[in-house]
Design a protein around this ligand. Structure first.
Ligand SMILES: [Zn+2]
Length: 405
């Protein structure tokens, strides 16, 4: 069993110990008689740092709870020059530890504030690399509730209340009105006591005074199976998150040449404009197709009771060409439209005024078969794609020929 120095002092960043066990596989790891390294547990993620002897310095990349109360330090590389009995020095990555203390103590303040104000118990705590979250047992959670909890939590931080570590028996703990008593068989409980605000059993590393948390910023909330999940950041993470948000918002505001607080209004306005312009664009295309179809039909002579219209577009997509075919074939009862576009995608559209007895689907298949494209359609309207833009005109000429013979 490893003596856990962090139980008594979360600010102990360096310590000396003795190697108990060395493992090479599956990953190099070392166990000591005592450690200040915190292993991942209770929602808090592990410390990192270094373990060194007179001749070697190893990076500790992960720390985990092992069997029989041992703390296992995983090393970046095999522990050369270390053996059971070696004296070593441990160094914790201070910035990472301080960040974890800010998040975890912040979580205690936050969870207590949710209970104080709205009787919403915390059922779980999760610490990720850049944010944290708690799950609350509640059927609803409003924006106003979030704001009042955030405000109370920050007041408690500002009051700089002492945060004490205490060890009590389960019987004693029962009389203290703990927010949470863990289900363990151990008789001794470690309590984190935020003066006159919260007492909770917890094995994590915590600040000495609430002021060291810095601040708490509540962020996303979402409905989860058992209640609500609330994301938050505390201390320097809150500063980093606010900086990121500001940078993003500033970039968005620059696009609109507006103040950052104007972004939602400007974005709404821009989206509405896009919608209107799309509608207008569609209407213009419809009118353009109708006008061009009428003009083209007027200059197409009738032969054998049919008016075979052939036209290639170089800058219209297939949707416009289909629209054009529709307009043409509705203008007169005897129209056969053989249309193509070379850009953005080479494509063909064949259509006839309804009531005629050609099979445009079959003509399309026949033409595509000769030029290596794919497509098909019904008796009155068919479409297909061609591999090359240069094939559009020869394909239309081929199709026209079959209507003239
Ligand atoms: Zn805790």
């Amino acid at each position: 069993m490893t003596d856990r120095l962090y139980y008594h002092d979360s600010f102990l960043y360096e310590f000396e110990g003795e190697v108990r066990e060395i493992t090479e596989s599956p990953r190099p790891a070392v166990t000591l008689d005592r450690t200040a390294f915190y292993p991942t547990s209770g929602g808090q993620i592990h410390d990192t740092g270094w373990i060194s002897s007179a001749t070697t310095k190893q990076r500790v990349t992960e720390v985990a709870d092992g069997e029989d109360g041992r703390v296992v330090h995983y090393l970046e590389a095999p522990a050369k020059d270390l053996a059971p009995g070696s004296h070593v020095r441990g160094e914790i990555d201070v910035l990472r530890r301080q960040d974890h203390m800010q998040q975890h103590s912040g979580q205690h303040v936050l969870s207590a504030a949710f209970v104080r104000l709205f009787q919403m118990p915390t059922v779980s705590f999760h610490m990720a690399d850049d944010y944290c979250s708690i799950d609350l047992e509640t059927l609803s959670l409003s924006k106003e509730q979030i704001e009042s909890v955030e405000s109370l939590a920050n007041e408690i931080i500002l009051e700089n209340r002492p945060v004490d570590i205490r060890f009590v028996t389960r019987a004693e703990a029962g009389k203290l009105g703990l927010r949470k008593i863990p289900a363990t068989e151990r008789d001794e409980l470690r309590l984190i006591d935020i003066s006159d605000f919260d007492v909770t059993a917890c094995g994590g590393t915590h600040v000495r005074q609430t002021g060291q948390i810095g601040c708490i910023l509540l962020r996303k909330t979402e409905k989860v199976r058992q209640g609500y999940r609330v994301e938050f950041v505390a201390g320097l993470r809150a500063v980093a998150a606010a900086r990121r948000d500001f940078t993003t918002l500033t970039e968005a505001a620059a696009l609109f040449s507006a103040h950052i607080y104007e972004v939602p209004r400007q974005a709404t306005k821009a989206l509405e404009e896009i919608k209107t312009l799309r509608k207008q664009g569609a209407q213009f295309l419809e009118e353009l197709a109708a006008a061009q179809a009428a003009a083209l039909l007027a200059e197409t002579p009738e032969a054998d009771g049919r008016r075979v219209v052939v036209r290639t577009f170089s800058d219209r997509d297939i949707n416009f060409v289909k629209l054009f075919a529709q307009k043409l074939t509705r203008l007169a009862p005897n129209v056969v439209a053989l249309l193509g576009t070379s850009s953005p995608q080479a494509a063909l559209v064949f259509a006839q005024s309804s009531g005629q007895n050609h099979d445009m689907g079959a003509r399309m298949k026949e033409t595509l078969g000769k030029f290596g494209g794919r497509g098909g359609g019904s008796q009155d309207m068919a479409q297909g794609g061609l591999p090359e833009a240069s094939q559009v005109e020869p394909a239309l000429a081929f199709a026209k020929l079959s209507f003239l013979t």
